[in-house]
Structures are given as structure tokens and as C-alpha cells.
Design a protein around this ligand. Structure first.
Ligand SMILES: N[C@@H](CCC(=O)N[C@@H](CS)C(=O)NCC(=O)O)C(=O)O
Length: 265
């Protein structure tokens, strides 16, 4: 759906004399760690009792939807997710989490000064966990245009750095129940989406029982259960079938190859 079409779907409701504009939330996402951040957030907001506008999902297939002119007009970075709300396009998963947290207040994102306990850890996820776990995963599972010798250095580099980040998470969890304090927030959602698939990226978190416990505690939340199911059959949420692993390998392989990198749009 184009941005213009999305905007046309906006619902206008007139309350008393004031014209209050209630616009739908258009979410462009997919079954990937960055995509699930948003589907989980929506379900967690519902769990928190927040009344949301109409939510419309649009699946972005990474087989090429991200490169279409329509999608690029919304998200020049050509990655998912993207949302459109109230005439505004927001890109970058963590910025979207912050936006939703601010627009639809709940305990997931403090709107007072305590937001500064959370925002730096959202940045930490975006700048560290996402890229490092993403690269570790690519070298472990996807990249086919490099041989084992060529892969050895980045594998060691991203493998060690991923473990260091897990120990940062463990340090935080030694002091409180969740990443930024005793309250579960958007920072947990963002980080959990990458850490929970540690077996797929082959980052051994099992030496950190607190981290493993946090992975299970977050997984047990009903909002997470529903959000993480986006684009995946229920019986494959925690363990992909052989066919899905092959499908992810093929898709990941073409995205991670140097061929896929363009020097301009
Ligand atoms: N920093 C971005 C990263 C987004 C990202 O890398 N998304 C992946 C899916 S998890 C993607 O769209 N990949 C497609 C591609 O690289 O062509 C965010 O957090 O939104």
C-alpha cells in the first residue's frame, strides 16, 4: 500500500465541537527480529489496556519489497520496519518503539524524567545488539560468498563482541529484574528480539543464567506470545521447521551477500 493510500485509510471522528483526528496505525513489518519489536509492542500496549487506533499490518517481504520505489519513498534506508501514523512516517525500529511509547503512554515507556533510564538502552540496542548479533548471524548462517578462512576473522570479532554484550546485559540483570530497572520497558522488547534467537546466531548465553531466565520471563508474557507469532506458524515460534530454516538461509544468504550491496539508491 502506498503512503497516500495509507493516509486515505485514516479515520476521522468528530467528538463534540472539537474535530479530533484519529488516524489508523499503518505498520510495515515482517517476521524478523527488528520486525517483531513492533508487533510485540502493539500487543504489549493492548495488554497494558491502551486504546489504540485501527492497526493495519502490511507484510514487507525481504525478497525485494524493501527496494520498491513506494517503500523507498517511506524508508530510504530500505529496511523494515516502518510505520505511518497521523500523517507521519517513522523509520528505525527503536525510534518507532519510542514514538509508540510516547504517543500511547503506559509503563512500557516513562514519559517523565525516568525516560532517560530507558532511552540510552534503546540506543544501546540499536547501535550494538542489532548490528553485532545481525553480523554474527550472517557469518554463522547466511554468507555464502566468502570461504571459511575469509569468515574466520569477522566470526571471531562479532562472536566475542556478542558475548561481551551479553555480559553487559547480565550486569544489568544482576542489579534489577529488567534491562533498565524493575520495570519491563521498550528496551527489553528491542533487546529480547535479538537475544532470544541465540541458538540461531550461535551466541552461547547459557553461561549467564540470569540472561537465560530473563529470556524465558519475557517470552512468557502474553503480549510477547502474540507479537512474536507475526508471520510464523504457532508451532514454529520457538523452533523453526527444517523447511523454514532453509527458507531463512536462502533469504538471509541473498541479503547478506556483497552482491546485494548497492552504492546508491
Ligand atoms: N536499524 C534498523 C535495522 C533494520 C533492518 O536491518 N531490518 C532488516 C530485517 S531485521 C531488513 O530490513 N533487511 C533487509 C535488507 O537488508 O535488505 C532498524 O532497527 O530498524
Amino acid at each position: 500500500m502506498t503512503v497516500a493510500q495509507s493516509c486515505m485509510k485514516a479515520k476521522f471522528v468528530c467528538i463534540q465541537e472539537n474535530l479530533e483526528v484519529e488516524v489508523s496505525l499503518e505498520i510495515y513489518t515482517g517476521a524478523t527480529p527488528n520486525g517483531w519489536k513492533i508487533t510485540i509492542m502493539i500487543e504489549e500496549l493492548k495488554e497494558a489496556g491502551v486504546v489504540l487506533p485501527e492497526v493495519n499490518y502490511h507484510t514487507v517481504s525481504l525478497g525485494g519489497d524493501q527496494f520498491t520505489d513506494e517503500y523507498t519513498a517511506m524508508n530510504p534506508n530500505q529496511k523494515l520496519p516502518t510505520i505511518v501514523h497521523d500523517g507521519r512516517v517513522i523509520i528505525e525500529s527503536c525510534a518507532i518503539l519510542q514514538y509508540l511509547g510516547e504517543k500511547f503512554p503506559s509503563s512500557l515507556f516513562p514519559t517523565d524524567d525516568r525516560r532517560w533510564d530507558v532511552i540510552p538502552w534503546l540506543y544501546w540496542q540499536a547501535a550494538n545488539i542489532g548490528p553485532v548479533f545481525g553480523n554474527k548471524l550472517s557469518y554463522t548462517r547466511y554468507i555464502t560468498d566468502a570461504n571459511e578462512e575469509q569468515k574466520a576473522h569477522p566470526m571471531e570479532r562479532f562472536g566475542k563482541e556478542a558475548l561481551r554484550l551479553v555480559s553487559v546485559l547480565d550486569y544489568q540483570l544482576a542489579r534489577h529484574s529488567y534491562l533498565t530497572g524493575d520495570q519491563y520497558t521498550v528496551a527489553d522488547i528491542a533487546t529480547w528480539c535479538w537475544i532470544r534467537s541465540y541458538k540461531w546466531s550461535k551466541v552461547d548465553i547459557t553461561t549467564k543464567p540470569r540472561v537465560v531466565d530473563w529470556v524465558h520471563r519475557v517470552r512468557a508474557r502474553p503480549g510477547v506470545e502474540r507479537g512474536i507469532g507475526y508471520g510464523v506458524p504457532k508451532d514454529e515460534i520457538d523452533k523453526f521447521s527444517k523447511e523454514r530454516r532453509e527458507q531463512y538461509k536462502r533469504g538471509g544468504g541473498s541479503i547478506a551477500s556483497n552482491e546485494a550491496l548497492k552504492s546508491d539508491l
